[in-house]
Design a protein. Structure first.
Length: 159
């Protein structure tokens, strides 16, 4: 969400710049009015499209702000066979989780299933290693269960 306001501000500045050029162009009044109306429509549809995109999973290959994130916690997953793997990821540096669509891979789906079973058995979470590097999906383990935390050391009794 923090990037959305900057993207919308850039869209408004661009539309306003085009509207300003239109006003000063030596054209008929109806052409200027039409261009201003189109600039206003661009601002409204730009806002609506950005808000609409907030509720949809983003394809991992389209992620640019978090491209170099080394790991993320998998909060939830949904499989749509031969289409996509939908992930709900939480990042260490953010409070809000985000939804992503990973291209379908039987190997990745099996990794997630195995990691989820292990995590449930150990009472831990599932992590994704380099979630935005799609080239790693078939080459190495991308999803894994966190190991259990070590028990505190025992203090010998004295006495």
């Amino acid at each position: 969400m923090d990037h959305m306001i900057f993207l919308y501000a850039l869209l408004v500045l661009t539309a306003s710049g085009l509207a300003g050029i239109t006003i000063w162009a030596p054209r008929r009044a109806w052409v200027k009015t039409s261009a201003l109306a189109l600039a206003g429509l661009l601002m409204i549809t730009g806002y609506a499209s950005l808000v609409e995109l907030l509720g949809r999973p983003k394809a991992v290959h389209m992620e640019w702000a978090k491209k170099n994130v080394p790991e993320a916690t998998v909060l939830g997953v949904s499989f749509k066979e031969k289409e996509a793997i939908y992930l709900w990821l939480s990042f260490d540096d953010e409070q809000e989780p985000r939804a992503y669509a990973l291209p379908w891979s039987m190997k990745a789906a099996q990794q997630i299933q195995n990691a989820m079973q292990q995590a449930n058995a150990m009472g831990t979470a599932v992590r994704a290693r380099r979630p935005f590097d799609a080239s790693d999906v078939d080459s190495e383990m991308m999803f894994y269960a966190l190991p259990q935390e070590a028990l505190p050391p025992k203090v010998p009794r004295q006495g």
